[in-house]
Design a protein around this ligand. Structure first.
Ligand SMILES: *[C@@H]1O[C@H](CO)[C@@H](O)[C@H](O)[C@H]1NC(C)=O
Ligand SMILES: *[C@@H]1O[C@H](CO)[C@@H](O)[C@H](O)[C@H]1NC(C)=O
Ligand SMILES: *[C@@H]1O[C@H](CO)[C@@H](O)[C@H](O)[C@H]1NC(C)=O
Ligand SMILES: *[C@@H]1O[C@H](CO)[C@@H](O)[C@H](O)[C@H]1NC(C)=O
Ligand SMILES: *[C@@H]1O[C@H](CO)[C@@H](O)[C@H](O)[C@H]1NC(C)=O
Ligand SMILES: *[C@@H]1O[C@H](CO)[C@@H](O)[C@H](O)[C@H]1NC(C)=O
Ligand SMILES: *[C@@H]1O[C@H](CO)[C@@H](O)[C@H](O)[C@H]1NC(C)=O
Length: 576
């Protein structure tokens, strides 16, 4: 990633692999100009005449269809963009050495008349905890798993390959998806270093799927895959002003994904538009024999995917949304309340009915007033009502099972990871800083807490699981029902995180769409839509309708491009 040699080698590989002659393409790449002080600080530049900046997947398909763009040239341009931005934002942990060869095969297929679908030839990244059986590592950002071999591609990766998408590389992340520490630098991993947001390089870039959110937001990749246990898709999507889709637990297989908790883990998608995120979702969802939670989706999913539910703003005439004001909105800061409030007015002006004050039942007990806190049950004196109680136990069991399937590694159990981190405290922060790594202030306290449970599912475990799942599910379902009528969704702020926490515990889906940036930090905030289990079609319908409304109006409360604030600073840790 860091050397110019790698770049020319990859270019050469691409030229040889397909004989598609990327050097023959004219006009050549335009030179990059860094206009310090201008809002367009690091311009994306043209891609052989194709406007790459904010290009949608449909734009790319159209250009490939009429022969003005190839997948090889598209991959080349995203490589160029990645090399240009990597020293600033570090969104890619490892580039796929085979990306150009794969693109070239898909170009050949297209030339022969076969187009697999909307993702044919489109480059994407996956978070480094999503397994790939190829020439890439799968390590969750830890040096401990370097060189290990996974038994097979993660189910979602296999499906994306089948859909014709081009695996561009692994995205940076918060190491072990944040399970390892309770006080840490978001977006940091031993192997990947610190990922930074192009919106403001000095603050939390969003996580734990940091490189996925940052990369899509900064136009270094077409779309990306992340994972969420509690906020790890929604948070980086929101902070990087893009769309993030966290499906119902069990819609997307976790087979081949480095786990955190089987009860909450979900593979989600990132796109600059709802449609792009939905193309990715359509490619990956489905039943997988390696994840029995996916069996529950039978009979609950549409026959033709979620694309048919994409809507224009006209659909809003028919919609009724709830606003759980006391449950979530009261915790949004004034600037966000104003922005999201303006957006709600716009949605009403498009014909939607909005009911303010439809609340999560029992929100007074289950929503943490201080913001995201997955051990909130314990904070109020009830470990048997806390999410962290079962996540710690699940991690112990789920990671040991995952590790048992790897080959070519001495890391067989969570004990081995802990020992590795102690033995390599400088890179892996086995001990609290200053005896470890500045990015891991509390060392590996998360792993130690998990280790201490020995994975035992005792009465406290089952009480906590039952309490968190049933109280959040009932709470959301109650809020979605108003005077006997089912609402189309709950409109919620997703910062500072209580809404995605409640959805995470429920295992329910959540989507966030860009809704503006904060004036002090320049970081994005989002409008979330909550729904019940398997109601992804509703989320697709309303997120796309609201996005259409944003794009066809003069509202400032929508996606804006990154401004590269603080691009000369490399503070570590980044403040949470
Ligand atoms: C091909 O499609 C792209 C994207 O729609 C468009 O910008 C371009 O002008 C088209 N070129 C030709 C030769 O039709
Ligand atoms: C999946 O299988 C595991 C282990 O056999 C079992 O404990 C769990 O209850 C199953 N979950 C579902 C949703 O079927
Ligand atoms: C409104 O909903 C009704 C019933 O669900 C449906 O038949 C109609 O097509 C919808 N209208 C619009 C504009 O979406
Ligand atoms: C919702 O109601 C509360 C009072 O309960 C009010 O302060 C707030 O402005 C309302 N929000 C919207 C978006 O209507
Ligand atoms: C996290 O660690 C930093 C650096 O040691 C410290 O200043 C901060 O208070 C810690 N935060 C918490 C919540 O413990
Ligand atoms: C948790 O334990 C307390 C006693 O400490 C008990 O009152 C409460 O009902 C328990 N909660 C659940 C969900 O079982
Ligand atoms: C980045 O965000 C922080 C936190 O809001 C803010 O203090 C800082 O001024 C921002 N950087 C720039 C260059 O605006």
């Amino acid at each position: 990633m860091r050397s110019v040699c790698a770049w020319s080698a990859l270019l050469a590989a691409g030229a040889h692999a397909g004989g598609l002659g990327i050097f023959e393409l004219t006009p050549p790449l335009i030179p990059l100009v860094q206009n310090a002080g201008s809002p367009a600080l690091f311009p994306v530049g043209d891609c052989f005449g194709f406007a790459l900046e904010e290009a949608t997947i449909d734009d790319m398909q159209k250009a490939m269809q009429n022969g003005s763009l190839t997948s090889v040239s598209l991959v080349t341009c995203y490589m160029r963009r990645t090399f240009q931005t990597q020293q600033y934002i570090n969104s890619v942990l490892q580039m796929n050495p085979d990306a150009l060869a794969i693109a070239s095969q898909l170009d050949a297929e297209r030339s022969a008349g076969k187009v697999r679908g909307p993702l044919h030839g489109i480059p994407f990244t996956v978070k480094d905890n999503i397994g790939t059986k190829d020439n890439l590592e799968t390590t969750a950002g830890s040096w401990a798993l370097l060189g290990s071999r996974v038994p097979r591609d993660a189910h979602v990766v296999a499906k994306l390959r089948d859909a014709g998408a081009v695996l561009f590389g692994k995205a940076t992340l918060s190491e072990w998806a944040d399970m390892r520490s309770n006080n840490y630098s978001e977006g940091y991993s031993g192997r990947g270093g610190q990922c930074r947001s192009a919106y403001n390089l000095t603050v939390n870039p969003g996580g734990s799927s940091s490189g996925s959110g940052v990369g899509v937001g900064a136009n270094t990749i077409a779309f990306s895959m992340g994972t969420e246990t509690d906020g790890s898709v929604i948070n980086p999507a929101m902070r990087n002003s893009i769309v993030g889709f966290k499906p119902t637990v069990g819609l997307t297989s976790r087979g081949g994904v480095i786990p955190e908790s089987e009860h909450q883990d979900s593979v989600g998608t990132f796109g600059r538009t709802v449609r792009d995120a939905v193309y990715a979702l359509d490619a990956i969802y489905g039943v997988d024999s390696n994840d029995n939670y996916t069996l529950a989706q039978k009979g609950k999913t549409p026959n033709n995917g979620y694309v048919p539910f994409l809507s224009s703003k006209d659909a809003l005439k028919n919609a009724t949304f709830g606003i759980p004001w006391n449950s979530f909105w009261v915790y949004a800061n004034a600037e966000q309340q104003k922005g999201l409030g303006e957006l709600v007015k716009l949605i009403q002006s498009a014909g939607a009915t909005v009911i303010n004050g439809t609340e999560i039942t029992n929100y007074q007990t289950i929503v943490s007033p201080q913001g995201w806190n997955w051990d909130y049950g314990t904070s109020r004196g009830f470990p048997n009502e806390s999410e962290y109680t079962y996540v710690k136990v699940d991690f112990y069991n789920n990671i040991n099972k995952y590790l048992s399937q790897l080959t070519n590694t001495k890391i067989r159990t969570i004990n081995d990871i802990v020992q590795y981190n102690n033995d390599n405290a400088g890179t892996e922060g086995g001990f609290p800083f200053p005896n470890g790594n500045p990015a891991f202030a509390s060392g590996q306290d998360g792993f130690l807490a998990s280790l201490a449970t020995k994975g035992i599912q005792d009465q406290t475990y089952f009480q906590a699981l039952e309490f968190c799942q049933s109280s959040t599910r009932n709470g959301i379902d109650d809020a979605l029902s108003y005077k006997g009528k089912k609402l189309n969704g709950l409109l919620v702020p997703v910062d500072p995180g209580q809404s995605y926490q409640i959805a995470a515990q429920a295992g329910y889906p959540l989507v966030t769409i860009p809704a503006g940036v904060y004036s002090d930090s320049g970081m994005g905030f989002g409008l979330g839509i909550m729904q019940t289990a398997w109601a992804e079609a509703e989320l697709v319908r309303w997120a796309s309708a609201i996005e259409d409304l944003q794009r066809t109006s003069s509202t400032p409360y929508k996606r804006t491009l990154p401004t590269w604030r603080g691009y000369l600073q490399r503070n570590l840790p980044v403040p949470l």
